[in-house]
Write a protein that binds this ligand. Structure first.
Ligand code: ADE
Length: 226
């Protein structure tokens, strides 16, 4: 899978892809991330990428031309399954969205900044608009990292244990059960006996029960969705 990310602040995209699971996936060529600095397509000597909004009001808007040029360039080389714009007014991102997108080949993620991007780019190019939560971030970069991370870890071969992504919270619409490692007694707190029993049927039953209990308490909404 290839993910192209368009950003006016590409420095923000360095950290999350340079360590751990995603970095290993990129190194093993299981996924590619290409970061594009919108400024390189900026207009004039000052490489302008934003301007005041028509109609007045605070905040700058990312201009249509630089985005259009960059998007045109990318589309010359391959077809994209989706062009996703990260925005707080988009559809909510969840595990089902990550599962679906992990089956795609080529994706573009557009990070907004300031007030967002010119509506005509949304009309002409964007096929999906996604929000990572009901709060406003300073730009779409952190949201793009969330999408890329949650997608890439699902690509076959990225996680060592083929089942571990399937057992994550949300994969079965339930939150994950608690986990423990050595020592079995820590500051007087014992690991639940069943986990030390070697009885895998009982362990699975305990985990299912805990998942249900935690989901009922913390996220009853997950149990209502069909
Ligand atoms: N850009 C700013 N806030 C965002 C959010 N909550 N989700 C996606 N993109 C954003």
């Amino acid at each position: 899978m290839r993910i192209d990310i368009i950003s006016a602040a590409p420095e923000l995209l360095q950290g999350p892809f340079s360590a751990s699971i995603v970095a290993r996936a990129l190194k093993a060529n299981l996924a590619e991330i290409h970061i594009h600095d919108l400024r390189e397509y900026g207009l004039g000597n000052y490489r302008q990428i934003d301007d005041y909004q028509f109609g007045g009001g605070a905040g700058m808007v990312l201009m249509a031309e630089p985005l259009d040029q960059l998007l045109t360039e990318l589309h010359k080389n391959r077809t994209y399954d989706d062009v996703i714009y990260l925005t707080p007014d988009g559809e909510a991102w969840n595990q089902a969205s990550a599962n679906r997108q992990s089956l795609q080949k080529n994706l573009i993620l557009i990070c907004g900044h300031y007030k967002g991007i010119d509506q005509r780019i949304r009309d002409l190019w964007v096929t999906k608009e996604v929000s990572v939560g009901d709060y406003v971030l300073s730009g779409g970069e952190i949201a793009a990292c969330i999408l890329a991370d949650s997608i890439i870890r699902l690509i076959p071969g990225v996680l060592n244990n083929a089942t571990s992504a399937l057992e994550d919270s949300f994969q079965n619409k339930l939150l994950a059960p608690p986990v423990y490692t050595r020592p079995s007694n820590f500051k007087g707190l014992e690991v639940p006996k069943v986990l030390l029993s070697g009885n895998f049927k009982e362990i699975e039953k305990w985990r299912d029960q805990k998942s249900m209990e935690i989901t009922k308490n913390r996220r009853p909404d997950l149990l209502k969705e069909e």
